[in-house]
Design a binder for this molecule. Structure first.
Ligand SMILES: [Ca+2]
Length: 189
């Protein structure tokens, strides 16, 4: 009878040792901050973007402009983006009157950009206006911006906005030389 108990005890010990050995070999420790996302958090994470994105990397869902075609990282004239003597690597080169719509699905908190009239065109004192809409509602409207003027800086809240529109207008004179540039346009989570 005593022997039977010893056998049982030995078997139990062996099983425990095996379980410990297996658990150590099968589950390497995940580094902190990485690994599997707990269920229930996945949906929340896909709704809110986790990093900023340049609009130059997105395709507008629709758009038009008064002259030429949309320049990605170049002016409507096909040159490097330059406003007020400052060169910009990234931006959208448009021409008033223009509107470009981007589907952003409520994923971002802010839209930030510089804007101005490209140095590549100068009719002498011509002006334009920059405006931004979110789901049809105006979020921003600039004063008239003049050729050779330093770029203006814009930051607007886009929380909950599904569709973002970038608009340029002729400023009341005409669309002549209105090479309207959006410079470093970035969506921020
Ligand atoms: Ca104008």
């Amino acid at each position: 009878m005593k022997k039977t108990w010893i056998y049982i005890l030995v078997i139990v010990v062996v099983v425990i040792v095996l379980i410990i050995a297996l658990s150590k070999s099968e589950a390497p420790k995940q580094p902190e901050g990485e690994g599997v996302v707990p269920e229930g958090q996945i949906e929340e994470m896909s709704e809110q973007a986790t990093s900023s994105i340049s609009l130059t990397e997105m395709t507008p869902v629709e758009g038009y402009q008064g002259y030429g075609v949309l320049g990605i990282n170049q002016s409507v004239g096909g040159n490097k983006l330059m406003v007020g003597g400052v060169e910009y690597e990234k931006g959208l080169g448009t021409h008033a009157i223009s509107e470009y719509k981007y589907s952003i699905d409520g994923n971002y908190s802010y839209f930030e950009t510089d804007a101005g009239l490209d140095d590549g065109a100068d009719c002498g004192g011509n002006v334009a206006v920059f405006a931004i809409k979110g789901d049809g509602e105006e979020l921003y409207r600039s004063e008239t911006v003049e050729t050779k003027q330093t770029a203006i800086h814009i930051r607007v809240s886009v929380s909950g906005v599904q569709e973002l529109s970038l608009i340029t207008e002729d400023g009341g004179d005409s669309i002549d030389c209105d090479h309207t540039d959006w410079l470093n346009p970035v969506l921020i989570p």
